[in-house]
Design a protein. Structure first.
Lengths: 278, 463
């Protein structure tokens, strides 16, 4: 008994060390980014690498605000990301419900068609999409940035896989109680798939937050541009100003961290359920 | 109930179909009135441009009394310090001009700008002026050679600009369709401490690639100051760029231009093969690491690399670093030659009033005073020969001796004409070199494959 307990403790310690190494390796880039944002250029390139800055400087953060309209880009990113996430979720939840819990002609074909769109690289559709959006007069507008990105096959298929798992008997029972589709969706399906919806929301937000090429193509005015465009501007043609890039990245990552903190529980649960990682 | 259900499902499906496949609808040529005409004109390119050229003689400036105030859309593909300097100069022009004001917009990196400009040309929403890489492909590619007329205007002095730079502004049949601005060449930078430790006297630097090879071996022997396992003597961030320079030095012109304007790639001939074999020898001897070019700059700045071939624009950027950096002229095989790279300025508008305004801006940016300021702030090269005699240049060289190397190289810069598939050619050359380095293909086989792939795409595009 005592030997078995000792073995268990020993095994736990090994597991703990392995997990600790894993956790530290995940944390390392973030810590390095944070420290580098306070370093001088000489410190960034010093060899052997210096963990801590020899002189802690705020100049890199100041340089970010001097080089780009950071606040404007930041607000634009928050606005478009939140709006896009809400619309993506709205479209995806409705579509997933229709695809899994309703019957209509061509349903299966449509599902396959939708799934196949995931295999088309975004760059292929970029110019046709620009032509369409531009013809609609949406170039240089928030709508132009957000609307073309609100239907994502990935989110729809992710939610569909969870919605399909809800027994139809549960829906039939709700129907017997007099529920229509809207109430079934909001009172039965959504409460039972909270984890999946949270995960899809986080993925959608992350996708919108880091979206670069489309906002760049569809906008030319500073007042509509988003943070990734600003970050790219700081990359001085594959430049060596890493400390400035790190300062900008540190500030840029904050909303994502906040979103992650709020959705962490659901995200981890969904990763466990689906085996997906972003 | 059942009807409502069907309607609900169909509405959702229709909404999703619309949004998901919105990008598959036809081009606006069939959608809107004025824009469709512009778009069609842009697509055919030559039709609209030829008519503009036929009606206007651009060698003579428009009379001031005919000029109207114009706001130009200007896109620029340079960021960081270069972007800021460009914006400062453009804004200074804006302030000084009563007739022209500017809307400046950063258009992303070279690939992003290419996509953005391509899309804009199709919808007739192109900028009036663009500072971009491969600009001649977007003007000459559409048959727009109006720049060739504009540079003949009195007071511009096109002959003052380096002939090699004009070559960089030609498309296909050899006509000029852009002006050089933000041009660079590769420079051979070195770590002074490593070379000193290796016992190499850099007051008498290696001039040929054979001498360079020997110096690199010395660095490998006794230059590893940090004691790093991954220490190597030489690397390059842009392999294709250097390979093209080396080819030209060895007598291979990379591409040949026929009398009828057709471009024929020749980078697999005997001279190019010699270069590829030299390239392989650098890897085989451990002088250069295979396939680690993207990390080369970091490695150099950390003091773990003796030589690096990089853009001249690093001269002004590597100022606040921990290592002692020097520069030498690019070694050569038979003759000195360095390939040009970087950006050009193009005029994309066809409107005569806007062309006048665009030319005002370009003339301003290419005036010796402005251009030398841009060059010294960004590390890009002066485009005018007269700029080298300016006191600012002397002062800059006194402050940073590496400038003199970049400026010396100006006398033997070289460029081939732009053609539609030049981006593919660069990718193919880089891929061939990568395979040679990793030993998955012999040099001749790798070059032949790259050339055949390029020819395949050229034939496909011609159909």
């Amino acid at each position: 008994m005592r030997l078995g307990h000792r073995k268990l403790v020993h095994r736990n310690w090994i597991l703990f060390v392995i997990l600790l190494i894993g956790a530290l390796s995940m944390l390392f880039p973030f810590v390095w980014m944070t420290l580098s944002s306070f370093k001088t250029k000489a410190d960034v390139y010093s060899f052997p690498p210096r963990w801590l800055p020899t002189v802690w400087t705020w100049e890199n953060f100041k340089a970010v605000f001097d080089m780009i309209p950071f606040l404007r880009y930041y607000l634009n990113s928050i606005y478009t990301s939140v709006l896009q996430t809400v619309l993506v979720m709205l479209v995806s939840i409705l579509a997933s419900y229709a695809l899994t819990k309703m019957r209509f002609p061509g349903q299966r074909t449509y599902s396959m068609f939708l799934m196949s769109s995931m295999f088309v690289p975004a760059v292929v559709t970029m110019i046709p999409l620009y032509l369409t959006v531009s013809a609609m007069g949406l170039a240089d507008t928030y709508a132009g940035i957000v609307l073309p990105q609100i239907s994502t096959a990935f989110t729809t298929m992710l939610l569909s896989s969870f919605f399909a798992g809800i027994p139809n008997d549960l829906l039939d029972a709700a129907r017997l109680d007099g529920c229509g589709h809207f109430r079934i969706l909001t009172k039965v399906v959504m409460p039972n798939t909270k984890g999946a919806i949270s995960t899809a929301t986080l993925f959608s937000f992350l996708t919108a937050w880091k979206s670069y090429t489309w906002p760049l193509i569809i906008t030319t005015k500073t007042e509509y541009r988003t943070l990734p465009i600003g970050l790219k501007y700081l990359v001085t043609e594959s430049s060596s100003e890493y400390q400035i890039m790190m300062a900008a990245s540190l500030m840029a990552i904050l909303p994502v961290l906040i979103a992650f903190i709020f959705c962490e529980k659901q995200l981890v649960r969904s990763i466990t359920l689906t085996g997906m990682k972003s | 109930m059942k009807r409502g259900l069907k309607l609900f499902a169909l509405t959702i499906a229709a909404l999703m179909l619309f949004v998901t496949f919105a990008g598959c609808v036809p081009t606006p040529a069939s959608v809107s009135g004025t824009e469709s005409t512009d778009a069609a004109a842009s697509e055919s390119g030559e039709t609209s441009v030829e008519s503009a050229e036929e009606t206007t003689d651009l060698t003579v400036a428009m009379d001031l009394s005919e000029r109207e105030p114009v706001t130009l859309e200007v896109w620029y593909a340079v960021s960081g310090t270069s972007g800021e300097t460009f914006v400062d100069q453009a804004e200074a022009f804006d302030e000084s001009s009563d007739l022209v004001s500017l809307n400046l917009s950063y258009s992303g990196g070279s690939t992003d700008t290419a996509t953005k400009v391509s899309a804009a040309l199709l919808t007739g929403t192109e900028p009036d002026v663009a500072l971009m890489y491969a600009g001649p492909s977007y003007t000459g590619g559409r048959g727009d050679f109006s720049m060739a007329q504009l540079i003949q205007r009195e007071g511009f002095d096109a002959d003052d600009i380096y002939p090699g730079m004009w070559d960089y502004c030609r498309y296909g049949n050899g006509d000029i369709c852009a002006v050089p601005y933000g041009i660079s060449t590769q420079v051979m930078y070195y770590n002074k401490d490593i070379l000193a430790a290796a016992g190499v006297d850099m007051t008498n630097p290696p001039t040929t690639w054979a001498e360079f090879y020997d110096v690199c071996l010395k660095c490998l022997e006794s230059g590893n100051l940090n004691g790093m396992d991954g220490f190597t003597a030489f690397d390059v961030t842009d392999t294709g760029w250097l390979f093209k320079s080396m080819c030209m030095q060895n007598g291979c012109s990379v591409v040949e231009l026929g009398d009828d304007g057709t471009v024929t790639p020749v980078f697999n001939d005997a001279e190019a093969l010699e270069v590829a074999e030299y390239w392989k020898s650098l890897v085989d001897s451990g002088i250069m690491a295979a396939g680690e070019h993207s990390a080369a700059e970091n490695k150099f700045l950390a003091g773990n690399l003796a030589f690096i071939a990089m853009s001249s624009n690093r001269i002004s950027r590597w100022t606040d670093v921990d290592i002692n950096i020097g520069a030498i002229e690019m070694p050569y095989f038979k003759t000195q030659s360095v390939a040009l790279g970087g950006n050009v300025l193009v005029i994309l508008t066809q409107d005569p009033q806007r062309i006048e305004a665009a030319w005002d801006l370009i003339s301003y940016l290419l005036s010796p005073e402005q251009n030398i300021e841009f060059a010294l702030s960004t590390g890009y090269l002066p485009v005018r020969q007269s700029e080298l005699e300016m006191p600012e240049v002397t002062a800059a060289i006194e402050q940073n001796e590496m400038y003199s190397v970049a400026f010396k190289q100006l006398s033997y810069t070289w460029a081939y004409v732009h053609f539609e598939q030049m981006g593919t050619m660069d990718l193919q050359i880089a891929d061939a070199l990568s395979r040679i380095e990793k030993g998955t293909r012999e040099p001749q086989e790798a070059l032949d494959t790259a050339l055949n792939n390029l020819l395949g795409e050229m034939e496909l595009d011609a159909q």
